[in-house]
Ligand binder design. Sequence first.
Ligand code: SF4
Length: 612
Amino acid sequence: MTLLSVQNLSVTYTPRDHAAVRAVHDVSFTVDDNEFVGLLGESGCGKSTLGNAILRLLTPPARISGGTVEFNGRDITTASQDELRDMRWVDLSTVFQSSMNSLNPVIRVEDQFEDTFEAHREAPRTDPAELLRMVSLEPHVLKAFPHELSGGMKQRVALALALALRPKLVLLDEPTTGLDVVVQRSILDELRTLRERLGFAVIFISHDLGTVLELADRVMVMYGGELVEDRPAAEMLRDPRHPYTRGLLGSYADPRLAEVKVSYIPGRPPDLSREHRGCLFTARCPYAEDQCRETHPDLLENHGGLVRCHVAQQERLPDTPPGAVEGAAPIGAFSTVSPASDTAEVEVRPVLTVENVSMTYRTRRGLRTSSTEAVRDVSLALFGGRVTALVGQSGSGKSTIARLVTGVERPTSGTVSFGETRVDKLRGRALRNYRRHVQMVFQDPFSALNPTRTVAYALSRPLVNYRGLRGGAVRDRAAELLESVGLSPAGQFLDKLPHQLSGGQRQRVVTARALAPEPEILIADEPISMLDVSIRAEILELLGDLARTRRLAMLYITHDLLSARLLADEVLVLNKGRLVESGATLDVIGSAQDDYTRLLLESIPNPFARAR
Ligand code: SF4
């Protein structure tokens, strides 16, 4: 039976003194009782805006500019605030990506449940301990404050809260983005079990097609504020009909295979504040033809689903080439990235060596001292022109090792050597001088750049401070750096502010800034985890090229073995501060010996596993 019916829904966003943005346009779909629907697309495609419109959570200047949203026959778009309050948590509930940060920090978990029950006294109560058990948390967590829980535990509490009043529909907006693969996998497995047990419908919003295809009954793909494809998940996996969906699917592969290739979608989503003619995907589509530029395609029946594409409608879409497994096929027409070759020339002398390093943090509370061992007896060496991946979950000690290599912290025992220089002994000016040789690319390109300063300014700081450049030479060198990271022509980017760039472009600027001091070592700390899946491969390709052409020794920190397989020559697996496995990338990933390495491998979203 139809639970939710969205018909011709449009959302307009009208910032003051700016043109109106058509954030969601004429979207129609239904969700049945107990159905699991995935809603997919890159950042800025309108999925979260659509989710917020369904829940009536839009804030001005965004507003519903047309259409209806009916839940069990009641129109949400015209409901009063009192009616909406009665429906929330009981009929519809939600878990956002940042839900874990939306827990009230000054009250215990049990009181967060109590607040929810108080707001809906008439609704049947469920024992909070039972709710926690459903999401694999021990009842003692009820007594904890949010800051005492890890990110994964907080997200589980948010999920338990969303289910507390047994809603009929749960909207999950990127609920596991930002969590490491193992935690993500366990939360998603729990979600699957809970839905089977409790019976509720789900709208799962994500940019991660792999995760959604594993879980959903049906998948809707959004691009430029419109639905471009809607079909059963199994069908979409077997025969994706929209070129954009094919591009998204190309980001996945099984890293254990002897031959691994992924693709990315070049370019960025359309600027919706401008008028567009024709298909919104034209600029990025490998199959675009004249009619695509002239006529906007409609969403029409096609192969048991709906698709918005002229070429697919006319059955002229090329067959997909053989993909990661037979019958499931990432597209070959987008730019492809293949793993690093094992034939890379290895320098005999390492640029940096870490020997038997241990790091223990001591904290003091009153008279009591406690200690946490973050890293134990780790040794590694970085070579020019080679990428070494350090792989493990959050809290495994990866970032501690990065801080030891950069000299930000000194080890409790062991040595860190840069050539003949003992990094762990450096202080003051000598330490500052060393930092020119080791630079970082950070996880979050959105906060790594000052939002009020131009790209030219961001690049000028290291050029002035480390290279001693002055005047016009600074701008010339900044332009060269931008060209070297693929931002070409550089003149188009130098005077832009960070918000005028896409996520991928920002990460390229951050990479250019790290190259400015001409370092010998580059530490890339989860550089793709905040980016859309569709553009991750492009940044990996850039980093690999830079390491090899500039003979950089690169330490690539990640929790994702697929990206390690694509980028790294060598992999070190870290679990609870100890190295559990290491070796050439293909050897470690192709025939993992340690249980922990196997767990990391099994946690990678792999939609093709469903096709087997
Ligand atoms: Fe590509 Fe044309 Fe189809 Fe749009 S209509 S997705 S440009 S082939």
